[in-house]
Design a protein around this ligand. Sequence first.
Ligand SMILES: [Zn+2]
Length: 95
Amino acid sequence: MVAIRKLTGCNMLFAKIWAIHPNGPHPVRVGPPCPYCGKPLFSDGTRQCLQCGWDWHNPKNPVQHVVKPVQNKAVEATAINPAVELESTPPLPHL
Ligand SMILES: [Zn+2]
C-alpha cells in the first residue's frame, strides 16, 4: 500500500481498496432467492443472507445474525442531537 501511495499520491483508504481489489470491483452476482426473505443471494453456493441475516451453514440449526442497516452517520448524529457540530474546513485566510 505504501508503494501505491508513492506512485499515485492517493490516501491510505484508496490504497487499501486498490490492494484488496487489484482487478477492480467484483461483478454483480445474482444467486437464487433467499429461502427466508426472498431477496437474491450472492451465488448458488451462498449459505447466508446479508439482507435478512439468516445463516444456514448448518441446515439443521439455522441462525439469524443481527443485520445493521448502513446509515449515514452524519445524518444520524444530526437527527439525534441537532447541536452536534459536523466537521468543517477552516475558513480560508484573508489575503
Ligand atoms: Zn434473506
